[in-house]
Structure formats: structure tokens, C-alpha cells
Design a binder for this molecule. Sequence first.
Ligand SMILES: Nc1ncnc2c1ncn2[C@@H]1O[C@H](COP(=O)(O)OP(=O)(O)OP(=O)(O)O)[C@@H](O)[C@H]1O
Ligand SMILES: [Mg+2]
Length: 263
Amino acid sequence: MIVAGIDVGSLSAEAVLLEDNRVLGYCIRPTGAQSRHAADNVFSAALAQTGVGREAVSFVVATGYGRVSVPFADRCVTEITCHGRGAVFTFPATRTVIDIGGQDSKVIRVDARGTVEDFAMNDKCAAGTGRFLEVMARALETDLQGFSDLAAAAREAASISSVCTVFAESEVVALISRAAPREGIALGLCRAVVDRIAALVNRVGLIEDVAMTGGVAKVKSVVAGISAKLGVKVCVPPEPQITGALGAALIARDLALNLKKQP
Ligand SMILES: Nc1ncnc2c1ncn2[C@@H]1O[C@H](COP(=O)(O)OP(=O)(O)OP(=O)(O)O)[C@@H](O)[C@H]1O
Ligand SMILES: [Mg+2]
């Protein structure tokens, strides 16, 4: 049986195709202005990549910020539930999931089956999210990969005192004009994200193992900073951005099996 999970996030959309317990393939695309088009594009791309026909997919679960705009979904499930499920599937000992996406940061406590027990998320503010890093990458005249590489090459972190994205950006501009090394500025900005996440972790409580999902898990200095600040190992999936869609696909499989069982 083949099922699909679609995660339409504020910045990127992902589709995962699952056959039993095996990921057949996945795709990641920018969400853009229209969630509906993003969902359709990413699903079509994953089908084309795996050679699976649309009619062969028994059940589709949509998640993420744009989940209600996926007309072909059989069910919608929250991202928190899907990230919990996807993280425990990838690393079964996970009890705390840190998901940092473009717009939201979440700390989720899960049980051994990946069911959510508690969570905390950022208020309506970009600090401590991927968007914060995107704005700062632009101020440093680089892209996200370049930003990540700069932070990884830093000897010493610059001190960034503002929590607010707008004020922190002004601080970055001032530091650049004083010829502060860009590497240290990038690492200082990663530390600012780490501090925000550590505060969220405190609200939920820390239980090991810890896994990190979402696009910001690709920024090695943020992962290393969280690990150092919390004093724990942080597991990162090979493709952290698809964890929500993977969890959605796993839930789709459960729902499809339940439907089959019903007379
Ligand atoms: N190659 C990369 N290197 C570094 N950072 C990256 C990379 N790709 C994505 N990111 C980061 O990931 C963020 C997007 O993450 P993700 O795709 O999980 O967000 P989303 O699910 O669309 O958002 P949300 O869950 O908040 O609605 C970007 O803002 C950026 O900071
Ligand atoms: Mg997301």
C-alpha cells in the first residue's frame, strides 16, 4: 500500500511517498504565494520521481501551515503531531523534538510511539526562527548555505544583544560597518537563535533523546550550539526538512489500515 504525506510550511512544501515502512521518495519545493499550487507541484514531483501514479496512492495526509489548502488530502493533521511522529520513526529513542522552520519554532515532548505529550512554540515573532536567519544572511550579503558556512568558520562569536529581528539586523549592519568579522557575526546570530530555543525547552522540560527537525537543523552551528547549551547530543535526520511530511505519511498509513479493517 502506498500513502503520502504533504507538509505545506510557510517557506517550503514537502511530499513523502511511503510504501509500508519504506520511503519511496520525497520532494522539497518553495511554498511561494499559493499553498494550493505548492502542494500540487510537490506531490506531482514526488510521483514523477518515483514513477508512482496518483491513483496508486491510497491515502493522503496534509500538514503544515497551508494544510487546509490541499484539496486532494483525505485528512489534515497538525504539524506538531506530524513532527513528533516523524522524529520518533527516524530516531526511536527521541523524547524531545526541536522543530525550527521558517516561521515557527517548536519544542515537542513525545512518548515512545511519537504521540505528543506537551509542546511549546514561539509567539508571533520571527526571533529564533529560520526567517530570522534569512534576514541576517541577507544583511551579511550571502545565502543560507553561505551563512551556515560563515558561522562554522568563526573563531569567536560577536555579541548580539537584541532579540527583535529588526533591531538585530541594525546591530549586524553596525558591526559590519565597524569591520567586525562576518564569521563571528554569523555565529553570534546562531547563538541568539540557540538562546531562544533553550528558553522554549525550559518551558517543556528536557528529556533525552533530543532530535532536531525543520530547515534550520541544516545550520550546523545552531545544532552544535543547542547541543552545547543543553548539554545533550542532538540527533539530526539526513533530511530534517521532510520530517513533518514523513510523520504525515505514517499517519496516512495508520488511517488507511484502519479503514481497511472496517467492514
Ligand atoms: N540549505 C539550507 N541551509 C541552511 N538553512 C536552511 C537551508 N534550507 C533551509 N534552511 C532554513 O530552513 C528554514 C525553512 O525551514 P522549513 O522548510 O522547515 O520551514 P517551513 O516548514 O516552511 O516553516 P514553518 O514550519 O515555520 O511553517 C529557512 O528559513 C532557513 O532558515
Ligand atoms: Mg514546518
